[in-house]
Design a protein around this ligand. Sequence first.
Ligand code: SAM
Length: 281
Amino acid sequence: MEKPLKSLLAEHGLILKKAYGQNFLTDTFLLDEIVEKAGVNKNDTVLEIGCGAGALTKALSKKAKKVVGFEIDNRLKPVLKQTLDGLDNVEIVFGDIMKQKICDVESKLGGEYIMVANLPYYITTPIIMQFLENAKNIKAMVIMVQEEVAFRLSAKESTSDYGAITVAINLRGSAQVVLRVPREKFTPAPNVDSAVVKIVLEKDKFNGADLSSIRNVVRIAFQNRRKMLVNNLMNGFKISRIDAETALINCGAEITARAENLTAENFVLLTNALKDKGVKL
Ligand code: SAM
């Protein structure tokens, strides 16, 4: 019989830290549903970020080949030892995931993997960007985030939720909200509802495209999202109106377009069109 979270924490004299986003899940049906939505099976290695008291780690370990978890808070060592007792396919690393080199994390994982994380809100965007930009072997990210962030990650173009991070995701794959999770499911309950987003990564989605230049174009494009894109390109790259307009036409966009109107593919073509004009990206 598993101990309720509150008694487990009390037994170890642990008070949860707001600064680390320590809102834990306890509902085993919900935890199993997250694992199922992640599509984890016996051949999969899983990277879990932020193991907390280990409830999701345990649910993952039942389905995965191997789980490597990162947890910043050393105080959780004895709690995790107790929760994960006897699970020999789990390895926990105590440390700040933001301070790890992705290549070191990937060599520990040893091959392709799925990231599953109930992320603290303050590291959501940096973590997603870090892995999108640097991870080589990641197949999918299945992440619990604030609901409004979930809508941004999975937004369609030409909507107000669509932004630079949506394009960054669409350059490598695609995102979908797979589960909505009300705030009451967490201990303690945060002030907002959450959702699980599944980002499926494709191998070389745009066939060798120069992603670092494209990201630079995306950054400039969204720098002032209310302005017409032509103006952002002129100011950001110090180019003439005619060059900016020609690049937009060549990428299949309207000359009156705003950044939010362009798909990831448009951004790939826009980058090529700017390069053709000799623009330094
Ligand atoms: N996975 C658990 C669950 O679902 O109940 C806990 C999720 S809780 C929202 C986030 C966890 O991430 C906390 O345990 C927190 O200590 C940990 N954490 C916060 N920042 C971190 C970081 N930079 N690196 C690793 N873990 C972190």
